[in-house]
Design a protein around this ligand. Structure first.
Ligand code: ADP
Ligand code: MG
Length: 713
């Protein structure tokens, strides 16, 4: 449920972000105290709402009449901010609820995040008290919020020592309070303003998605940044991400706090390879959200996407005042996985008017100019470069240059006039302070590190590709068995033959095989299947069969089969004394040009996911796997495969024939539907290896394993 409120909320999020009045618990003049800093920052930036200091020992604070208790303060009290000691928080929250407060912003720490039963219990009591009254809670363990459009700083952080809070179009929702104010501060220095910054701490009541949803509908917000350690509800996050996409608002996310791989990870490749972060990546891709690992890059990207929502292509133009800068710029751009724009003849001709021949191409080195007028040349170079149809974005590696500030401004204004994104990477230190000032005056984005400039530029390029992908939910294929057919399945580990029967029912090709209870039955089965055959011991507890000598391959005749039976069963008994052996499976020998792993797993937060990768024994070594949220269409399955590093092997390299990609894509789609149909019963199910033949030859599952959960009552 999105709103588990016992009674309707007194205030919606818009009312919380733009309160008519704010009560400050523990208000004081003393900046060494939480309540002192909150008062200072709240009053310093021009908050137009009413300020209500709460302090039994004071008649006034910073010139505002103080109240003995929240009960004495005049109504309405939209928001109360509390940094009271943990021991008295429950009582204070109770008083707020009784006084009709709309929302408590709780900075106090020591609750659920402390990991103690007492902390969790107290947090629960606070939330219960609030919900019973229709009061909302932000926090605890947060740093409050900053509402630039309301000139409201509701935090104790010293980053509010600035003269003025910039307004802007980026909304920032952060679980961490300290990170929120650090990000705010950095962005402020880079000239970036926000529509709203909020920290949620423990997300005890209001959670990250409540604010994402609010910002989606907020006209002042054009891009949304989220720092998160854990979403409370994966499905809700997916809905919020989809809403951002529908509203055309980029959603940029930094996520930490990856959960350790679960208990079962050791038993299944799919579980260890499809860890929660990898699944979040897939979820973000599915819904067009951008995931990055650096908070600064997140905000810089959001700012750029507000200014330049779409790239016209993926060609990058590189300009530098020096050959060294141009050289480094080009190498690093290409190494970062981006493409250098190919300039048209017309552009090159225009460049030749001001540059000597070798320089009149991408990358441009201003050093190769014909005239002594450096600043003038800069503009004449940048304009045609920026206007070239294949240049989608510009990177300027700004080394020193004569008439530094003037030349920089010429470069920047000409680039900005083109309407295409331009990023400056400023190479020198203090010598470039003048040019930096010039860039700030022009509102031209710059970075003090080439790494960061490239990272953000690459994210822009990737975002363009992300938006272009097929994000449709695939229709359910008509020839799948009804989900009800899965009802009778037993919980627990599936043996290879059981897993394969399940797969076969969903249209995944598997080896022809038969389970035999005795060597005689095995011989009889092999006669039907045809030699050579493979023999594998069937035992429920057996996970990695070849590790314990339970797999015998290429058995040419009856004698080999009998010997193999003996050896394999003995080996399993030796390695796993007491294991219940159900016999052996006899199967056809199959071959493929590549061995893939394909699997599905149910993620506790985001539901069923499907995985494909290069498998066999090298699966963990190669770590070449890709994930998607299930279900997927065959076309989406193929798109997933194209993301594999070893995709060229599937596509056919160096005269090798291409492999049957459509057959793998079909299997991925089928598996993804099986995962959907198994629902909560699915733990994981994987095929390793899936033998892949050349185009038209199809695929076949040579091995399979799986685990099902018990049906919930
Ligand atoms: P494990 O439980 O150890 O993964 P597998 O059934 O996957 O056991 O067998 C190990 C390897 O043997 C496979 O990776 C594959 O290379 C090969 N193999 C298994 N079954 C067959 C088969 N029917 N035909 C050809 N090769 C097979
Ligand atoms: Mg295997």
């Amino acid at each position: 449920m999105d709103s588990p409120q016992a009674v309707p909320p007194r205030l919606d999020i818009g009312g919380i972000a733009n309160p008519r009045s704010v009560a400050v618990f523990g208000a004081s003049d003393n900046k060494d105290k939480f309540g002192g800093r909150v008062m200072h920052y709240l009053t310093r930036h021009g908050f137009a709402g009413r300020v209500l200091p709460i302090n039994p020992n004071r008649a006034e604070v910073l010139g505002f009449p103080a109240f003995r208790s929240i009960a004495d303060a005049p109504k309405p009290i939209d928001v109360a901010i509390l940094a009271v000691p943990a021991a008295s928080l429950v009582q204070s929250v109770g008083e707020c609820a009784a006084a009709g407060v709309g929302c408590c912003v709780v900075m106090t720490t020591g609750f659920a995040e402390a990991g103690t039963d007492e902390g969790r219990d107290q947090q629960r009591r606070i939330v219960e008290t609030a919900r019973a009254a229709g009061m909302r809670i932000v926090g605890p363990n947060c740093m409050g919020m900053i509402s630039p459009l309301a000139n409201m700083a509701l935090t104790s952080s010293l980053v509010l020592e600035i003269d003025r809070i910039r307004t802007g179009s980026v909304g920032l929702v952060s679980q961490s309070g300290a990170l929120m104010v650090s990000i705010f501060n950095r962005a402020h220095d880079a000239g970036i303003g926000f529509s709203l910054c909020v920290s949620l701490g423990n997300q005890s009541d209001l959670e990250i998605c409540d604010f994402i949803d609010y910002l989606v509908g907020d006209a002042a917000t054009k891009a949304i940044c989220v720092y998160v350690e854990g979403f409370k509800d994966g499905a809700r996050f997916l809905r919020s991400a989809a809403a951002c996409r529908a509203a055309g608002k980029p959603l940029v996310i930094v996520k930490t706090g990856r959960t350790p791989a679960g208990e079962r990870a050791a038993q299944s490749h799919t579980a260890s390879l499809a860890g929660s972060y990898a699944v979040l990546q897939a979820a973000c891709r599915r819904h067009g959200a951008i995931l990055t690992d650096d908070p600064d890059a997140m905000v810089r990207l959001a700012d750029l996407l507000v200014r330049w929502p779409t790239l016209g292509g993926d060609g990058i133009g590189v300009v530098s005042p020096s050959g060294g800068g141009a050289g480094i710029g080009v190498d690093r751009t290409v190494e970062a996985g981006m493409r250098l724009a190919v300039l048209s003849d017309a552009t090159k001709k225009r460049l030749l008017e001001v540059l000597i021949p070798p320089q009149a191409d991408n990358p441009i080195d201003l050093g190769g100019r014909r005239s002594g007028d450096v600043a003038g040349t800069a503009g004449k170079v940048m304009t045609p470069m920026a206007q070239d149809p294949d240049v989608a974005a510009l990177l300027v590696v700004l080394t020193t240059v004569p008439f530094y500030e003037a030349t920089t401004k010429e470069l920047a204004s000409a680039a900005l006039a083109s309407g295409k994104p331009v990023l400056f990477s400023v190479t020198p230190g203090s010598a470039a302070d003048g040019p930096r000032r010039g860039l700030r005056e022009l509102g031209c984005p710059y970075f003090d590190s080439l790494d960061q400039a490239l990272r953000v530029l690459k994210l822009m390029v990737d975002y363009r590709a992300l938006k272009a992908q097929d994000m449709h939910a695939p229709p359910r294929p008509g020839d799948l068995p009804p989900p009800a057919s899965l009802r009778g399945l037993q919980a627990g580990r599936l043996t290879e033959p059981e897993a394969k029967r399940l797969l076969a029912a969903y249209g995944v090709p598997v080896t022809r095989e038969a389970v035999a209870a005795s060597p005689e039955a095995a011989v009889e089965a092999a006669g039907r299947i045809g030699y050579p055959v493979a023999l594998k011991v069937v035992a429920r507890d057996l996970v990695h069969k070849s590790d314990v000598g339970a797999v015998k391959l290429g058995l040419a005749d009856e004698a080999a089969l009998r010997t193999a039976w003996q050896a394999a069963t003995e080996s399993v008994r030796r390695h796993m004394p007491g294991a219940a052996i159900d016999g052996c499976v006899v199967q056809e020998m199959v071959r493929g040009e590549a061995e893939l792993i394909v699997g599905v797993r149910r993620d506790p937060l985001y539901g069923p996911v499907v995985l494909v990768g290069f498998g066999g024994v090298l699966v963990e070594v190669l770590e070449d796997v890709q994930l998607a949220l299930a279900p997927i269409s065959p076309a989406q399955g193929e798109a997933l495969m194209r993301r594999l590093r070893l995709w060229p092997v599937l596509a056919g390299v160096r005269g090798r024939k291409p492999l049957d990609v459509p057959a793998v894509a079909h299997v991925l789609s089928r598996l993804s539907w099986l995962a959907v149909d198994l629902g909560e019963r699915l733990v994981d199910l994987e095929v390793n290896p899936l033998m892949v033949r050349t185009t038209g030859g199809g695929v076949v599952a040579a091995d399979a394993r799986g685990m099902l959960a018990a049906l919930k009552a």
